[in-house]
Design a protein around this ligand. Sequence first.
Ligand code: PEP
Ligand code: MG
Length: 550
Amino acid sequence: MLKGIKASSGIAIGKAFVIKEYDFKPLKIKIEDSSLEEERFNKAVEKAKKELEELIESTIKNFTENEGEIFEAHLTMLDDPELIGTVSEKILKENINAEYALKTVCDELVEIFEGIEDEYLKERIVDIKDVTKRMLRILNGQVEEGVNNIKEESIIISKDITPSQTAQMDKNKVLGFVTETGGVTSHSAIIARTLGIPAILGVHNLLDKIKNGDVLIIDGNEGVVILNPDEKTLKNYREKIERYMEDKIELLKYKDLESITLDFKKVEVAGNIGSVEEVDSIIENGGEGIGLFRTEFLYMEKEVLPNEEEQFLAYKSVVEKLNGKPVVIRTLDIGGDKKLSYLPIKEELNPFLGYRAIRLCLDRKDIFKTQLRALLRASKYGNLKIMFPMICNLEELLESKKILKECKNELKEEGLEYDENLEVGIMIEVPSAAIISDILAKEVDFFSIGTNDLIQYTMAVDRMNEKVSYLYDFNNLAVLRLIKLVIENGHREGIWVGMCGEMAGREDLIPLLLGMGLEEFSMSPSSILKVRKIIRNLSFKESSKIVKKL
Ligand code: PEP
Ligand code: MG
């Protein structure tokens, strides 16, 4: 059994289709007849153009115009004298092979682009690399290996899945994805969710472990891959798939219903997202809002810091899609296990206890203010709420609020509008914050309990460490006491209290959380309908009695 990141839910059984990464490092070779070599290069350019034209057509057919734009840009580059002209010149002048000339020009361009401040140009680096890869493959006489060659229903096993590959894929034949790299918002994850197929990402050494044709079970709900399962396991999973499908259909009837108990206590069942694309799954699953937008993924999928304008557009599109429903957007929570290649953090002994989230933002006010300004500007377009992560004392909260106020003043001066009544809240995920939640509650409009970290810090148990995971317990009395304390303190100060850690979607714990008075449950979109069904079958009074007894 291999484990990875749950990127898209669902279960699939099928044969592995392994895509090996094309990695070609050309050597420098002296050429006798450089004009013949240039001709070979020009032919490769023409072939690449033809491939791209076909790709654009199939992408638009399978996906949208937007997806096709990536390849339009690649096509334009094949007419660009900066790239193609320079390569030709190099071949002719230096009498060297086309592959080496191309790779050298590409590397030089990348280096130049990396040094330029212009964000747009920086983003083109990925495109330059992608086009060069295509050209090198063609020059090497290889056809595009991959998803267009799938003959039977298969599970794709790959280092990562590129836009080129997904565009050519016959959607009816792809049962799911498993990749070595990538996170929840990598391109492959987004495509998997769009197609509604399971995906598990970040499986270590995947390509060493799985061969073409291996029988696999992939369970996107649990994030596991079972390699060559026995008959008993297969039977088990076939039944699971059947139940999963039946449940999914049955649950749809809860989509437009309220999350209300038998004795008429109304709560909110919302969803967590990590990218703008995931908003659709909130809507499809009848989410009553977004309880957590993990904005760090917006930063992670880029090669440079996202600027104010692009962040503004992302946040605006989310709140607009939610059409007045609440959207809690969390400010950057980088550090711990989440890293940015372009913002190196010095090696730390305990990254989860280190330079993370609000600590980093208060230190890098420039980064923080860019995000806050974008959030404020987007607040005008819907029901946006700002949430600060990892607050561990009152000072951090006051400082964050001060910077937010600074941003508001700046916007006012610039004549830019924002929602004056915008709510500001904090995550309660550090025990110290839970313990002084009576004080913190006076300063905010809401709390959202982040149990993923709250448990980690309360129990001193690394949430990533399998060895000590037996201590990572939602039912731990210390954790439950802290949750109860936070809810009570919040209510005493008249603010609402929600939960956006994984615990909020745990079916067995809903009565307890409901009984403690939790008002908002935010979870991965696929859990929303199940939780709503449970809430509609519970009594708030009875649930409160359970809490008292406990
Ligand atoms: C949490 O800690 O519970 C939480 C929701 O934040 P994250 O999982 O992103 O750390
Ligand atoms: Mg957290």
